[in-house]
Design a protein around this ligand. Structure first.
Ligand SMILES: *Cc1c(COP(=O)(O)O)cnc(C)c1O
Length: 382
């Protein structure tokens, strides 16, 4: 649109003005139904609230613009609803390859529900391209699912290389880009077919909306199936949530920028902390995915990092128990910084080390965030 940047278009939610009132902030459309024409048609194209809602569509347009998605975007009632639709659009017997280190709830769903549905799922270390290649079954593998950076080790998968490998075997590549955000990574430009976000996280950014979204590289038969699954299954986003998300999207670039700067500074300071055994952050040169991340991420390396605390699980839990400024809570990407002992929420079978604390950096001053962690680490080791 006029060559304006994504930041400019996002700041004005595409610059739409309400046609009737000239309101700069559009109204929230709550109606569940629309008046039918006297000739029995629906010239407006709006029939019923489940598939048709202007607030939802306007918010989808902003995300489609951010992801530069020719097929557009589809909002869902949660990140999980968006992600699971990608698998429900496959057929029983289809083979799927997914990252071994990934968002825990989705991994569990793939291991249980997707398998019951008849999908054959293999989990591989997708940061190892040879392992990914070896896992492909040409003609049978229909979808490769990666998350990058991935929870909670911030493992980096090379999106362009994974797309080549998937396509060579006749599969699509879907990328959970929640922890990268459109500010840092554009998976479709790198060759992915589908990008998914838990819009609950940094896209909304204020920890007050549960939402998910898919953006597509092309309006093909698979994309039609995703839309059909949402319409028929009914996992739609409500208009109030869509409005709040649209408001959050206006500031996503400035929030993501500030949060990534803070995360980088914290990672560097904590890496030198005597009570920290290891910092996991793709922006650190020692991180195994740093070189690939530097190539495929823009504007920094995101707002998520993890620290492994000296003294093991007990010291990690005690550190989380001692913070005052960081909020001890799950989730990520909000303006308030969150800390979480990840292994205890993921439970048995998790690949997450027991001494790991997951940090979601918000918008507080870095010095305050560092000082609070420094005190908590000292208290845990006293
Ligand atoms: C939170 C999250 C999800 C799931 O999103 P919900 O909105 O909680 O359903 C999926 N992937 C990642 C990486 C997440 O952080």
């Amino acid at each position: 649109m006029d060559g304006w940047t994504r930041q400019t278009l996002a700041a004005q939610a595409m610059g739409r003005i309400d046609a009737q009132t000239r309101a700069v902030v559009p109204p929230i459309h709550l109606s569940t139904t629309y008046l039918r024409d006297p000739d029995n048609g629906y010239a407006s194209g709006f029939v019923y609230g489940r598939p048709d809602n202007a607030t939802v569509r306007d918010t989808e347009a902003v995300i489609a613009m951010l992801e530069e998605a020719p097929a557009g975007a589809l909002l869902f009632s949660s990140g999980m609803a968006a992600a699971t639709a990608c698998f429900m659009a496959l057929a029983p017997g289809d083979h799927v390859v997914a990252s071994a280190v990934m968002y825990w709830s989705l991994r569990n769903w793939l291991r249980t529900e997707a398998t019951r549905w008849g999908l054959r799922v293999d989990f591989v270390a997708t940061d190892d391209l040879d392992a990914l290649k070896a896992a492909m079954r040409p003609g049978e593998t229909k979808l490769v699912w990666i998350e990058t950076p991935s929870n909670p080790l911030w493992t980096i998968t090379d999106i362009a290389a994974a797309a080549d490998i998937a396509h060579a075997a006749g599969a699509r590549l879907a990328v959970d880009s929640t922890c990268a955000s459109p500010y840092h990574t554009r998976p479709l430009a790198l060759g992915a077919d589908i990008v998914m976000h838990a819009a609950t996280k940094v896209l909304n950014g204020h920890s007050d909306v549960i939402a998910g979204v898919l953006a597509g590289a092309r309006p093909d038969e698979y994309w039609d199936r995703l839309e059909t699954i949402r319409r028929g299954g009914g996992a739609i986003l409500g208009p109030l949530e869509a409005y709040l998300l649209q408001r959050g999207l206006k500031t996503v670039f400035v929030r993501a920028a500030a949060q990534a700067r803070a995360a980088q500074a914290l990672a560097e300071r904590l890496a030198a902390h005597p009570l920290v055994a290891q910092v996991l952050y793709p922006g650190l040169p020692g991180h195994p995915g740093h070189a690939v991340a530097a190539r495929q991420m823009e504007n920094g390396f995101g707002f998520m990092l993890s620290v492994r605390v000296r003294g093991g699980e007990a010291a990690a839990v005690a550190t989380a128990a001692s913070v005052r400024l960081w909020k001890r809570a799950t989730s990520l990407g909000g303006v308030e910084s969150l800390i979480e002992h990840r292994a205890s929420i993921e439970g048995p079978g998790t690949p997450c080390p027991a001494d790991l604390l997951r940090l979601s950096t918000g918008l507080e001053a870095v010095d305050d965030l560092h000082a609070d962690l420094d005190c908590a680490l000292a208290a845990a080791h006293a």
